[in-house]
Design a protein around this ligand. Sequence first.
Ligand SMILES: [Ca+2]
Ligand SMILES: [Ca+2]
Ligand SMILES: [Ca+2]
Length: 425
Amino acid sequence: MIVRMTTRRFILARALVSVALLMALATGCTQSTVGPNASEPAPSAVASVPDELVAQLAPGWTTLDLESQWGTTTLAIIPGSPFALLGIPAGYTFATLSAELLLAGACLTCEPNYYIASPEAQQGSIAVYEGDFTHEDLADQTAMDRVRAPRGLGNKGDGIIVAILDTGIDPTHPDLAARVRTDGYDFVSLDADPLDETDGLDQDLDGATDEGAGHGTHVAGIIRFLAPDAELLPVRVLDTEGNGTIFAFSQGIDHATTIGAHVINLSLALDSYSTVGHYVIQQANLQGIVMVSSIGNDASFTTTHFPASLPEVIGVAALDAADLKAGFSNYGPIVSVSAPGEGITSAYLFQGYATWSGTSMATSFVSAAAALARRAAITDTPAEIQTRLETTATALDHTGQPYQGLMGTGRIDVLGVVLSSGQGS
Ligand SMILES: [Ca+2]
Ligand SMILES: [Ca+2]
Ligand SMILES: [Ca+2]
C-alpha cells in the first residue's frame, strides 16, 4: 500500500509538471511552475506543486514587500486573510525561501502548495458507467432505504445552500438542472464555469483518462435526491483526474463562505495537516457552516486524515451492503457517522447515471442529512448539527470486529435527523 501510494504521488507530481509544461508551450508563456528548482526533492514527504509557497504573512507585511525584497510573484491570495500563494523565484528552493521569510519575520508560517485528491482518485476507484442506468436506479437502491430517505416530507432543504468542493457539477443533468447555482467558481481552470468536464487527457499518467470526471456530479446527485430543494453550489477544486491543490481548496472554502453556503461537502483529502486549509475551515465554521468530509479509502486506522479529522469537520466512513465497514474505508475515533459507500448509483456525465464506490459517496448522504437538519433548525451551530447526526444514527453491531467503536455512532438516519429536528411534516 505504501509503495503504491508513494509511486502514485511521484507520478502525480511528475504529471502536473508535464501539464505546466504543456500549458507553457500552448500559451507561449515561460512563467510556468517549472523552474530551476523543479527537479529538487520536495521539502516534505507529501507531494506539492514545484516552485510554489503558501505564505501566512506576519502583521505589517504585504505581498508587495515580499516581491520587492525576495523577488516572489504573487499568484493568488485568500481575500481578507494573511495567506497568499507565491511563486518561488530563481535561485531559491522552498526550503531556502521559507527559511529567509521566517527569519526576517515576514511570515508566520510557510507551507508547500500540497496536492489534494478525491479518495477515489487516491485509491484508483473508478465509476462504472454502462449507459443504461436511470433515475429509478438511483431512487430505488437499497442504500436509500437503509438511510431512510425522507420521501414526501415538508422539509426538502429549501433555502439551504450546499457547496460541493469537487470536480464541478454538470448543470445540464436532468436530476440537477433545477438546483445548480450559477455563482460557483472553477479554481482549477480559474474561470466562472465550474463545469464537471472531461478533457481527453491523462494528466496524472496512471493509464486512466478523466477518471475523476463526474465525481462532483455523482456526489451532487445523492444530495439532490435526499434534500431535493437544497441549492447546489459547484466549486471546482479537483481536475478531470480527481486531483487538486490545497490553495485551490482554500480558495474554494473561502468562496463558499462568501456566497453564504450552509453546508460544504468535502469528498477529498490531503495527506498532511495544512495551516491555510485549517484557517479557511475555521473561518467557515465561525460563519456557522457545517462541513462534512470523507475519512478516506486507504483501509486504514487514522486519527489525522485531513480535513476529516479537524474538530470543525464531520468525518464519514463507508459501509458495504451488509452494513459492515466497506473494505476500502478508513476508520478511527475521528469518524462521526457511517453511510453506505459501496456500489452507489447516482448522477454522472453524459446526463446519465453511474455506480461508484468510496467514502466520497458515503459523505454525500451525510451532507444531505446536514442540509435537512439545518433547514429544520436554521440557528443550530455546526456542533449542534453534528451532535444531532450522531445521536440519531442507527447503531451497528460491530462487536468483535477490529474497528468496533471506530465507525462513528452508526449509520446515518436521514429521516431520524429530520424528525428529531421537529420538522417532519
Ligand atoms: Ca471551467
Ligand atoms: Ca488519469
Ligand atoms: Ca483528464
